[in-house]
Design a protein around this ligand. Structure first.
Ligand code: PHE
Length: 369
């Protein structure tokens, strides 16, 4: 009996101090296995007289079931502990970025392009696309700029020989388009009014300084219908500017100007604050020119095959790169086209943030800075 008590105490102690399943199993075998201490005692029962056999047998069974219970309990504890440890090493922090570092960036020009298309798209404009290499008819003549018209000199044009087998001929030469306004003509040639398009794309002029590069980007707009007026022009562009700069209030003004293809013509300025170090849009008493616009000249409608006695409309053109410089505070236009990844990393945008009027133009966390 004494032996039994000691055996039980030892067994329970070993069980509760088992550090892992393997150690626990060793204890089980040592006590309850085929040659286990308790098993041996049970084997010895047969040799005892009946009375003792019954008494000791009862005790042995009680101890056996106590040991079994303790084994089971400790097994549960050790298994739970093992699972906890396994889970700890397999933890996934779902708040970490997908990759250590995002590599690609959307160029500010592409971002502005997206934004402009999103805003005008919601106003019901289609996007028209045309060639970079243009004939003089579409780039000049049809836009009320016949040969020798002084306005042709307003734009420092790159001419391209239109026939490689002939010497260069100024009259029939092609140009790389100096503006997107040729798309007014191409659209009228292909579409009957009502017309409501924007035409974004590359344009070229022989010019190079901090705010001019030989290749730059413009977006043209054209609206033609029976009753389109200057009031529509003003409202449309005002709404655009507020949406684009993401401001509820934005002072604007229209200054009389001159373009051969619009009459009357105007330039649109937006209110801003200019200091030596910063430019704040929508505040202050300074003005910044943002686009040219006007009512489409009757000669232009005629050149596009539209009767100016029946239809009228407005057109506008603005620089995408210039809008990018203003909106995102980028000081030098030349840096746009240097393909410097450090620059792109600083000024670029994360690829998965699309510009939309419902999801946010740029304030959707899109700035990569
Ligand atoms: N094409 C003009 C420019 O490049 C802009 C403009 C477009 C002005 C349409 C009026 C109407 O400066």
């Amino acid at each position: 009996m004494e032996n039994l008590e000691q055996l039980k105490a030892e067994a329970l102690n070993e069980i509760s101090s088992a550090a892992d399943i393997k150690q626990l199993e060793e204890t089980r075998v040592a006590v309850l296995g085929k040659k286990g201490k308790l098993t041996e005692l049970m084997k010895g029962l047969g040799a005892l007289p009946t009375e003792e056999k019954i008494a000791l047998g009862k005790q042995l069974n009680i101890v056996k079931s106590e040991v079994e219970k303790a084994l089971e309990a400790q097994k549960n504890i050790l298994e739970a502990k093992a699972l906890d440890e396994k889970l700890k090493t397999e933890t996934v922090d779902v708040t970490l970025p997908v990759r250590p570092e995002q590599q690609g960036r959307i160029h500010p020009v592409s971002k502005i392009y997206e934004e402009v298309v999103a805003i005008f798209g919601q106003m019901g404009f289609d996007v028209a696309k045309g060639p970079d290499i243009e004939d003089q008819f579409h780039n000049f003549n049809a836009l009320n700029m016949p040969a020798n018209h002084p306005a042709r000199q307003m734009q420092d044009t790159f001419y391209i020989n239109n026939n490689p087998n002939q010497p260069f001929d100024m009259d029939s030469a092609y140009v790389v388009r100096t503006h997107t306004s040729g798309m007014q003509i191409r659209t009228m040639e292909n579409q009957r009014p009502p017309i409501r398009i924007i035409a974004p794309g590359r344009t070229y002029r022989s010019d190079y300084d901090a705010t001019h590069t030989p290749m730059f980007h413009q977006v043209e707009g054209l609206v033609i219908d029976k009753n389109i007026t200057m009031a529509h022009l003003k409202g449309c562009l005002y709404d655009f500017m507020k949406a684009f700069f993401e401001l509820d209030e934005l002072p604007v003004r229209y200054r009389p100007s001159y373009f051969p293809f619009t009459e009357p013509s105007a330039e649109m300025d937006i209110g801003c604050l200019k200091t030596k170090t910063e430019l704040k849009i929508g505040a202050g008493t300074d003005w910044l020119e943002v686009l040219g616009c006007g009512m489409v000249h009757p000669n232009v409608l005629r050149a596009g095959g539209i009767n100016p006695d029946e239809y009228q409309g407005f057109a506008f053109g603005m620089g995408i790169d210039r809008l990018a410089m203003l909106k995102y505070g980028i000081p030098d236009l030349r840096t746009f086209f240097e393909s410097d990844v450090r620059w792109l990393k600083h000024y670029g945008f994360t690829p998965l943030d699309f510009s939309s009027m419902t999801g946010g133009l740029s304030d959707n966390g899109g700035l990569a800075r």
